[in-house]
Design a binder for this molecule. Structure first.
Ligand code: FE2
Length: 336
């Protein structure tokens, strides 16, 4: 069943491989800016980029089924937890280059070189401008205080962004305190978790709750949306970066690794170098409101809007290491 669904992709890639220089990408990212960047990469290098888009879980499953025969050279995901999972299953191979080392800071890449961060997203607190003063906000931990009872919005625990946030709580406080935090959050929920990050912002605007934990780039996207209702919702909220006096705001990455089956290393590495290079990093920031990983690229529309912030700079491989534990805590706390 799965094989018949995979075969056409395999054939398409094989035919193109014979045609010349190329690189095959499995990507969970689905943003128009990626297509534009792949085209620019082809213009500059003569290497064409073939992309299969699906969720990271589907792509990981596909890589497992295809094994050595996989046509994919590069796997791109929208969080470190899934890259760690692919690595744990032996689906990625270590690659190194001087450019990758300087373009991607150490905490944003796998210590054993299986994957590299390409963009940063902060998981920050959105709050109702008319009902909450920023002075009332401080940390993720403080959202469990009684003043927030019935006012906290956040998406489901099934979501990897929340699993990685919980993993960072485990790293900071240990299992037991992280579990107590989860219970405190559940107690303060405005509603049973549902919807995506955008929906939490809309729910604040509609008065369902007062604060929400959301990824930073969604605020940029909502404020610049073609949909007037989204722009109106975003205008009713502001963004707060928690834990500034302590470990910093939890961040995650969208990132990439070279597949274990790839023999096309030169082109695969060239693509990773390009995507973490100045031109691509500026485009990610400008078009998709993500923060650059490359320390040489300062320019970021989100930083212009909300200023710089201190991020929790634990090595992001820890988010994957504690993923299972995070899922267990969520299940026990009743955070669905
Ligand atoms: Fe997202």
């Amino acid at each position: 069943m799965i094989r018949s669904f995979l075969l056409p992709v395999l054939l398409a890639f094989t035919t193109m491989a014979e045609a010349g220089k190329e690189v095959n990408v499995y990507s969970h990212r689905h943003y128009p800016v990626d297509r534009m960047l792949f085209e620019q990469f082809t213009e500059q290098t003569g290497i064409s980029v073939n992309v299969v888009k699906a969720s990271a879980d589907q792509l990981i499953k596909r890589l497992e089924v295809e094994g050595d025969q996989s046509p994919a050279d590069v796997l791109i995901t929208v969080d470190a937890g899934r890259l760690f999972r692919a690595q744990s299953k032996g689906l990625l191979q270590p690659v190194e280059s001087q450019r990758l080392k300087t373009q991607v800071p150490e905490h944003l890449r796998d210590p054993a070189h299986h994957w590299y961060g390409l963009t940063i997203r902060a998981r920050a607190i959105a709050y109702a401008k008319d009902r909450v003063k920023p002075e009332q906000l401080s940390t993720y931990e403080a959202l469990t205080e009684p003043q927030w009872t019935g006012k906290v919005l956040i998406r489901s625990a099934q979501n990897i962004y929340n699993q990685s946030l919980m993993a960072s709580m485990i790293v900071a406080h240990g299992h037991q305190k992280a579990a107590i935090w989860a219970e405190g959050m559940v107690r303060n929920f405005a509603r049973t978790p549902k919807g995506n990050d955008r929906d939490q912002v809309k729910a604040i605007a509609n008065g369902v709750g007062d604060v929400a934990i959301v990824n930073s780039y969604y605020m940029g996207k909502l404020l610049n949306s073609e949909d007037e209702a989204e722009r109106t919702a975003a205008a009713a909220v502001d963004l707060f970066f928690p834990n500034q006096d302590g470990r910093g705001t939890h961040i995650n990455i969208s990132g990439a690794g070279v597949t274990a089956s790839s023999t096309n290393l030169e082109n695969a590495i060239a693509l990773l170098e390009f995507l973490s290079g100045r031109q691509a990093q500026q485009a990610f920031a400008k078009a998709n409101f993500e923060y650059p990983v490359n320390p040489e690229v300062e320019d970021s529309p989100l930083k212009k809007m909300w200023g710089d912030f201190k991020s929790d700079n634990i090595n992001l491989s820890l988010l994957g290491k504690h993923n299972f534990e995070a899922v267990t805590i969520f299940a026990k706390s009743g955070w669905r």
